[in-house]
Design a protein around this ligand. Structure first.
Ligand code: GLV
Ligand code: GLV
Length: 325
């Protein structure tokens, strides 16, 4: 019998057709994620899961999934999965790094530009019929060229953002657990400590994964230590920022604004104060959302899953130690 697979959503591109050649997939047909009890019931029978970042894979789910051999996430981030619990059960966890790097960096830069130069506010102003004349004081914002950009997390995406920023003549600071001298030389980056980055950056852009160490990395004290008028761009994960402290920092006028592709929680509740603040630019977690990249992510997730079912290490495996003898 072909192995039974549960896929938590319809995916763009050809990947699911390929999956069906080798396995017996069941695909959740709804636009919203399967409720946890449905996911758990499906996992009980499945040898593999293809999950999205909206699906929580925790110890309770794994404990009732005796046949499960692989969880393949259609995302580079895997904070929705208890990887330690998977490793303990020798269940492979796959993710999709690399293919979304440039697409995500493009969007981080779109947010940076859109926030600094007030693109969404300008659009709303014109559509609302408020545009009466060319006004020398209308919708002013800071320059992007020549500004100092602080990159938090110099992985592949952080480096791709740095490359774009260099083309804009920005001064580049970064914090990262390890120094990246080759990128410093290539891109003119300077490694600094967290306090220096926060104090000197006109724009801070977040590119770290969500882990216990990075949760609320930008807390109330850190926000207060940012340069007055500075901008925040978050394309990483919402909980990296203490969101209520962020709201206060913008409301008080200390920060110039924030552009958020990710929030805590997602989606934002409709009474979130973020929705009322004009200097906040919001997007529904779409940084990797190009046609090509979303197709490649789905394809990579299928490759990871099929490899694990054949007993091979997935091309992109978060817990490769399970393949050590
Ligand atoms: C998206 O947020 C991802 O982790 O791929
Ligand atoms: C603006 O459009 C200018 O000509 O300065």
């Amino acid at each position: 019998n072909p192995p039974r697979i549960f896929v938590t959503r319809q995916l763009p591109g050809e990947a699911l057709a390929r999956l069906a050649v080798h396995t017996s997939p069941r695909v959740w047909p709804e636009p919203l994620p399967p409720p946890p009890d449905v996911l758990q019931a499906e996992a009980r029978e499945a040898e593999g899961l293809i999950t999205l970042l909206t699906d929580r894979v925790d110890e309770a789910l794994l404990a009732s999934a005796p046949h499960l051999r692989v969880v393949s996430n259609v995302a580079v981030g895997h904070d929705n999965i208890d990887v330690g619990a998977c490793t303990a059960r020798r269940i492979a966890v796959g993710n999709t790094p690399g293919v979304l790097t440039e697409t995500t960096a493009d969007f981080a830069f779109a947010l940076l530009m859109g926030l600094a130069r007030r693109v969404a506010e300008a659009d709303a102003y014109v559509r609302a019929g408020q545009w009466r004349t060319w006004d020398p004081g209308l919708l002013l914002g800071p320059d992007v060229h020549g500004a100092t950009l602080g990159i938090v997390g110099l992985g592949a995406i952080g480096a791709a953002v740095a490359r774009r920023a260099r083309g804009f003549g920005m001064r580049l600071l970064y914090v990262n657990r390890r120094a990246r001298p080759e990128l410093e030389a290539e891109l003119g980056l300077t490694r600094v400590d967290k306090a220096t980055l926060l104090a000197q950056s006109d724009v801070v852009s977040l590119h770290v994964p969500l882990t216990p160490d990075t949760r609320h990395w930008l807390g109330r004290a850190e926000l207060a230590s940012m340069k007055p008028g500075a901008l925040l761009v978050n394309t990483a994960r919402g909980p990296v920022v203490d969101q209520s402290a962020l709201v206060d920092a913008i409301q008080s006028g200390h920060l110039g604004g924030a552009a958020l592709d990710v929030t805590d929680p997602e989606p934002l509740p409709l009474d979130s104060p973020l929705l009322k603040l004009p200097r906040v630019l919001l997007a529904p977690h779409i940084a990797s959302a190009s046609h090509a990249t979303r197709g490649r992510m789905a394809s990579m997730a299928v490759d990871n899953l099929l490899a694990a079912l054949e007993g091979r290490r997935p091309p992109n495996c978060v817990n490769p130690e399970i393949y050590q003898p």
